[in-house]
Ligand binder design. Structure first.
Ligand code: NAD
Length: 515
């Protein structure tokens, strides 16, 4: 088998790639508005009610109609997954991995089409959508190889009278609850990690990105994954929380999303229910308030580019997005000047057009919440650019930079999840690190400095799950940057790393007396 290698990105500066993406966009647009079913044990199932998904960059454009599952259907899907687990768990690791490799092949073939669905359903620019598909392919290739590795664990030290071995076996039924912001990559990563380990899955996608989940299910059907290994249940978050997570036959929950929901899931899962014969395992990756530190000994041009793309790539709707720039006072004004001149070039509008760097934020609630934070921010600091909506039919908000903010202020402490950057002034490098660590989160962080001693120090004391130097704080690559955060950012499960599959497995030690 070839060694794992990250999928490269599509180069949209090339005319032929742009044309291919335009074609994909046109094709996807002509297929919008269809109705999608739940998939339970391979069967397509309708619910009593439906809900709709719309384009955040073109509010009236219907993406699709989806089933709103109720408690009965939620119970049915768990029972189905529970039954299928009895056979799927005995399928050999190599065979399970093969489904991932085949799915990766299909994604490569359907790459631009999948990216186009993300342009429409969640407002990703071409480059962001393409990177999302690339990451999904990476997860499939990486976890497929990882399962083969875990399928042959290293030999145990032996004692003379026995033969001892260790085997990694699956857990059971997993509830997979992904967010909308990496609607293919995170969904695919969590789901494929769970089922390649021999577990069966109930996938409950976000109601802001159900169509991408339906496309993922099409791919699993195309590679003939046995029915019922992955089941799709669309519907309200409460169904996931109160029925799926609480169900005594659910063995584990893999969640990525906000801190509030993650904490609630952890609480619900902790309660032992009648008939439940295990303690549920919860893998929860949550929010961030990520900082980039710009030191007095930094390359300020490169820092300005890094902060700009980390703060405003995909409208700042990444858990890893830079929402705090902490700048040492000696270079504060010079850095801000460079940053603002770059931010002012950002184009906001319908991301169907290649030229737009930022699209609409995900929905009306997010739009109102971000605008509310901007209002607070204008009081807490000095507005340097943005601070208002942008014209058009989407939930468009201009990239906003608010400077001179105090570390304890609301816009510095709370996750806004939109295109709002707070800039803070630090007295010196040590002060910058102190401010960097001064939130309840600990997901990503980056430091721009040329000074080796400062790099060494930040490695020790900057408490974030993913620490970068002299580069942006977004864009973790599967394999090279195992991803996950500390403190209220989650359980640091390190998606895309070599420990990840262990979260979906349990080890069985077997010893036989031989003499
Ligand atoms: P969210 O918490 O609102 O929703 C996440 C998922 O939980 C969705 O599928 C939703 O339907 C479901 N859900 C909602 N209520 C629920 C409940 N009561 N019980 C069970 N499930 C429920 O988050 P979001 O808006 O989809 O995503 C944005 C958040 O995700 C941000 O906070 C971001 O930082 C975080 N995020 C974290 C990471 C990471 O790796 N740490 C990655 C991406 C996003």
């Amino acid at each position: 088998m070839r060694k794992f290698k990250n999928q490269s990105y599509t180069d949209f500066t090339k005319g032929e790639n742009r044309k291919a993406m335009e074609d994909a966009i046109a094709k996807v647009e002509s297929g919008l508005g269809k109705e999608y079913d739940l998939i339970i044990g391979g069967e397509r199932v309708k619910a009593k009610d439906t809900f709709k998904s719309y384009n955040p960059s073109n509010k009236g454009q219907l993406i699709g109609i989806f089933q709103k599952a109720d408690a009965n259907l939620a119970n049915r899907v768990i029972e189905t997954a529970y039954k299928v687990f009895e056979t799927w768990k005995f399928v050999l690791p190599e065979e399970r991995s093969r489904y991932l490799f085949k799915a990766a092949e299909v994604m490569r073939r359907r790459r631009l089409e999948l990216a186009a669905w993300m342009v429409f359903e969640v407002g990703k620019s071409w480059a962001e959508a393409d990177a999302d598909v690339a990451e999904a392919i990476d997860f499939l290739e990486f976890y497929g190889r990882e399962m083969i590795r875990y399928g042959s664990p290293p030999a145990l030290p032996q004692i003379p009278t026995e033969k001892s071995e260790l085997e990694y076996i699956p857990l059971g039924v997993g509830i997979i609850i992904p967010p909308w912001n990496f609607p293919l990559a995170i969904l695919c990563g969590m789901t494929s990690a769970a089922f390649v380990c021999g577990n069966t899955v109930v996938l409950k996608p976000s109601s802001d990105a159900p169509c991408i989940a339906a496309k993922f299910m099409e791919i699993l059907e195309e590679v003939n994954l046995p029915a019922g290994v992955v089941n799709l249940l669309t519907g309200p978050g409460a169904i996931a929380g109160e029925i799926l997570v609480a169900h005594p036959k659910a063995r584990f929950i893999a969640f990525t999303g906000s801190m509030e929901v993650g904490l609630r899931i952890n609480e619900v899962a902790a309660i032992h229910r009648l008939g439940q014969i295990w303690i549920k395992r919860v893998i929860a990756e949550m929010g961030g308030k990520d900082a980039i530190i710009v030191d007095s000994e930094a390359d300020l041009d490169s820092a300005a580019v890094g902060v700009m793309s980390s703060a405003f790539g995909y409208q700042g709707e990444k858990c890893s997005a830079c929402s705090r720039a902490i700048v040492v006072e000696d270079v504060y004004d010079e850095f801000l000047e460079k940053l603002i001149s770059k931010v002012k070039t950002i184009k906001v509008g319908d991301v169907k057009d290649y030229g737009n760097y930022m699209g609409g934020v995900i929905n009306e609630n997010a739009y109102n919440s971000i605008l509310k934070y901007i209002k607070i921010g204008k009081k807490e600091g000095r507005l340097l650019c943005g601070g208002e909506v942008a014209q058009g039919d989407g939930y468009f908000i201009k990239p906003t930079v608010i400077a001179d903010v105090d570390s304890k202020s609301t816009i510095v402490q709370e996750e806004i999840f939109g295109p709002v950057l707070a800039v803070l002034k630090a007295k010196d490098f040590d002060d910058a690190i102190k401010i960097g660590n001064d939130t309840i989160y600990g997901l990503t962080g980056s430091v721009y400095t040329k000074n080796r001693a400062k790099i060494k120090k930040a490695k020790k004391v900057f408490h974030v799950g993913n620490l970068y130097f002299n580069r942006k704080c977004t864009g973790a690559l599967v394999g090279s940057h195992p991803f996950g955060g500390f403190n209220m950012s989650g359980t640091d499960s390190k998606a895309g790393g070599s420990d990840y599959l262990l979260l979906f497995l349990q080890a069985k030690a077997i010893s036989e007396k031989v003499s």
